[in-house]
Design a protein around this ligand. Sequence first.
Ligand SMILES: *Cc1c(COP(=O)(O)O)cnc(C)c1O
Length: 225
Amino acid sequence: MSIKNNIDAIKHKLPSKVTLIAVSKTKPNELLLEAYNAGQRHFGENYVQEVADKFELLPKDINWHFIGHLQRNKVKYIAPFVYLIHGVDSVNLLSEINKQALKNNRVINCLLQVYIAKEESKFGFDPNEIEEFITSKKIEEFKNINIIGLMGMATNTANDVVLNNEFKALNVLFNHLKNTFTNTFNFNLSIISSGMSSDYLIAINNGSTMVRIGSSIFGSRNYSN
Ligand SMILES: *Cc1c(COP(=O)(O)O)cnc(C)c1O
């Protein structure tokens, strides 16, 4: 199977309103270009240095999604070009993104990562924390960010019932926040980023509008570190 075939096969299963993000972390530029030449324009990366290097070398009309865990001291390296930051998991991080966006004279779109999995190690906001943050009005100080959706990572399991429940909970929270906080400055939810190679069909059944797919497009990853 070629990368183009893989992309076409996935797209065939996605409703037209769902955006496919090709997760290209650890993959060489030749493979990204192959996806690009097949029409792919949204790419997801997890590591700051890697995405900065790829941004330099690859076509400028690529939309770079940062989907990994982002450290505050590294925001400055992606602030000039990042299209959407998915894994925002604290108010401190939002504050730094706002600062770096201002320096670059941009408004940076962000998704709040929500804690939906049972696993202890997963990053993210607790749903209550999000409401506290919005009602505290602190959000209005952040004029250079725009919160446009939620991101969730389900438990790493083959149990469809567990996956379905977790994605459903994300969808319920999304609708609740969207309907409760209408007309809130900087907070206009339209995106649910959920679903990876192994679980994206369950995610889209539960309202996902952006799927992040790596291995089903590029093959499995070999980590050297
Ligand atoms: C690596 C990664 C993906 C893609 O995972 P695959 O199983 O290869 O599709 C999606 N989301 C995040 C946050 C990731 O880190």
